[in-house]
Design a protein around this ligand. Structure first.
Ligand code: HEC
Length: 104
C-alpha cells in the first residue's frame, strides 16, 4: 500500500469511527452531560422533576434552533450571562448538540 492510501485509510477511520466523528456527537453522552451540568436551570429531559421557570427548556431550544446548530455551538463555546460558562470542550459541545437535536 502506498503512503498516500495508508494516510487516506487513517484519515477515513478517524473521521468515521463512532464517537470520533466531527460531524455528529453522541446524544447519549450529551444527555448525561445535560443532566449533570444544565438541569439545575434548564428542563433537559421529559422525566425531569424541576427546573427554573424562566429558563428555556431544551425541547424549546431544539424547536427554535434545530436548524441553526452552528449558532448553538457558538453560543455554548462562549455563552453570555445569565448562562454560566462551563468551558465545554468541542467534544462536549458536539455531544450536547446531538442530544438537543434528538429532542426535536
Ligand atoms: C445557572 C443556570 C443555567 C445553567 C446551569 C445552564 N443554563 Fe443555559 N441558559 C440559562 C438562561 C438563564 C438562559 C437564557 C439566556 C437569555 O435569554 O439570554 C439560557 C439559555 C440557553 C440557551 C439558548 C440561548 C439562546 O440564544 O436562546 C442554550 C442553547 C443553553 N442555555 C444551553 C445550556 C446548556 C447546554 C447547559 C449545560 C451545559 C446550560 N445551558 C446550563 C441558564 C442556565
Amino acid at each position: 500500500m502506498s503512503t498516500t492510501s495508508r494516510l487516506a485509510v487513517l484519515l477515513f477511520g478517524f473521521l468515521f469511527l463512532p464517537g470520533y466523528s466531527f460531524a455528529d456527537g453522541r446524544a447519549d453522552v450529551g444527555k448525561n452531560l445535560a443532566v449533570q451540568l444544565c438541569a439545575t436551570c434548564h428542563l433537559v429531559a421529559e422525566d425531569q422533576k424541576s427546573a427554573s421557570i424562566d429558563v428555556p427548556t431544551f425541547s424549546s431550544i431544539a424547536a427554535k434552533y434545530g436548524q441553526e446548530i452552528d449558532y448553538l455551538a457558538g453560543f455554548l463555546a462562549d455563552p453570555h450571562p445569565p448562562m454560566p460558562n462551563f468551558s465545554l470542550t468541542r467534544r462536549e459541545i458536539r455531544d450536547l448538540l446531538a442530544y438537543i437535536k434528538s429532542l426535536k
